[in-house]
Write a protein that binds this ligand. Structure first.
Ligand SMILES: *Cc1c(COP(=O)(O)O)cnc(C)c1O
Length: 458
């Protein structure tokens, strides 16, 4: 073991290796020295556990890899060929060019973010989105925060802390990624009162649970699952009517928050924000980066007096939205105002993409891959906790793996190669075949996908 220690080079010796010296051209010397020390220290530890000393090449390569990995961004653009349009792991909604331009402009210089250009005095960032949100949803007032989870938390804390909030048992659910209605409720300091059963809740269940401590009735859209068979939920308008009768606000967590009628696209109906407002919800809350197709945000629309209470609450400052996303959201909402969302917002372009166009692209991809690939019928899904169980007919490129021997199946190996390429291409695996859906790939990326597939299959 002693002799193994002696085979390790000194720090200076390691630093004089060509592969390590090269690093100093584009990285600071301090960083290279520190990483070289670290790598040597780790080798000493592994020798004391009985391993042999690494070769000079291995040490130099380890230093080079680690320095480059530290300096390079790990957040990379990827190509989404999964057919899941709003994919939370892949960053949800891609933005329109107009939204991207607006965000770039807001980042480049200064803006009147919180300045009233008329008076020269202090303004509020909510004024930039309030009017357009009210116009699009029919609400009296609006505010925008970091994301929908913070919107719901803010509403519960500002309006319901130390009081009771009534929720249907079928809606005290987990939305995914750790957003559990009962846990959010606990964090807000509001007491959750569950009513009804897992599959059935009636207006009378809410009514009987109302006490002098009740602060609100909450509706949570079951955005990522569907109860089929014998099931009964209370309609938001019936809930709002009960609220009016009892003087209680109805808070509506819509999740995705759609502004267009999904039924017109062959999808199941998703509750829209204007419907929620018109039905009498006191506050309707939804995400900016799901079906709306904008940047990450939490949007709260509803009664002016309640929005004002949220805006005044100290937590509002902690969950406020930044200027770039505010600009991107304003541009995204602009598409809806102009009636061009379907043409300009990528999420809606993908939903509305004609099947013929998808098939033509799938055949073009397959043509470059020869025997290995075929085109087949399949389904794209909207994803992002919206429209569970509702898919869009699509055409998939299917690459069948040969029946697997030991270890990962051929399909898994191919999917992995695609994922590890640059740019990474994300595919779906089903029944030992790799499936790729052109619907979620921007058409200008088609040559990149073809190239990645050719490389991975070579
Ligand atoms: C997605 C979702 C949330 C969380 O929204 P984020 O914008 O991801 O914070 C909350 N409630 C429902 C019903 C959702 O679908």
């Amino acid at each position: 073991m002693k002799s193994e220690f002696r085979r390790l080079p000194s720090v200076d010796k390691l630093l004089s290796d060509d592969r390590v010296r090269e690093l100093e051209a584009s990285h600071s010397r301090e960083l290279v020295v520190e990483v070289a020390r670290q790598v040597l220290e780790e080798s000493r530890q592994s020798i004391s556990r009985g391993d042999p000393a690494p070769s000079a090449e291995a040490l130099a390569a380890a230093v080079a890899d680690r320095v480059r990995a530290l300096a390079e961004p790990s957040l990379l653009p990827v190509i989404n060929a999964t057919g899941v349009i709003i994919h939370t792991n892949l960053g949800r909604a891609p933005l329109s060019w107009e939204a991207i331009a607006a965000m770039e402009q807001a980042s480049f210089g200064y803006s009147n973010l919180e300045l009233d250009l008329g008076t020269g005095g202090r303004g509020h960032r909510d004024v930039h989105l309030g009017p357009i949100l009210c116009r699009l949803t029919g609400a009296e007032d609006a505010m925008v925060v970091n994301n929908n989870a913070s919107a719901v938390l803010l509403a519960l804390i500002a309006l319901c802390k130390r009081k009771e909030v009534i929720v249907s048992r079928g809606q005290a659910v987990e939305i995914g990624g750790g957003f559990r209605v009962p846990d959010v409720m606990k964090q807000s300091g509001a007491k959750l009162v569950e009513v009804g059963t897992t599959n059935c809740t009636y207006v009378t269940d809410y009514e009987q649970a109302i006490t002098p401590h009740t602060a609100a009735l909450l509706r949570v859209h079951s955005s990522n699952f569907k109860v089929v068979g014998f099931a009964q939920e209370v309609d938001i308008s019936d809930l709002a009517e009960l609220g009016r009768k009892k003087g209680l606000p109805v808070l509506d967590d819509l999740g995705s928050g759609c502004l267009l009628d999904t039924a017109g696209f062959g999808l199941a109906p998703e509750p829209t924000v204007p419907d929620s407002v018109a039905a009498g919800a006191a506050l309707s809350m939804f995400s900016g980066d799901k079906l709306l197709g904008g940047p990450q945000a939490g949007i709260i629309v509803g009664r002016a007096e309640l929005v004002a209470r949220l805006r005044k609450h100290p937590l509002a400052r902690a969950v406020r939205i930044d200027k770039t996303r505010l600009a991107g959201l304003a541009a995204t909402l602009g598409h809806y105002l102009k009636g061009e969302a379907e043409q300009k917002v990528p999420v809606w372009q993908m939903i509305a993409m004609p099947l013929d166009d998808i098939e033509r692209r799938a055949r073009e991809w397959a043509r470059h891959l020869g025997e290995a690939a075929a085109v087949t019928d399949g389904e794209s899904v909207v994803g992002g906790g919206s429209l569970p169980g509702s898919g869009l007919p699509t055409k998939l490129v299917v690459i069948k793996g040969a029946p697997g021997a030991k270890g990962p199946s051929p399909a898994q190996r191919l999917a992995r190669k695609l994922r590890e390429g640059r740019p990474p291409v994300l595919a779906r695996i089903e029944a030992n075949a790799v499936l790729l859906d052109p619907r979620t790939v921007r058409p200008e990326d088609d040559p990149v996908v073809i190239r990645a597939l050719q490389d991975a299959l070579a």
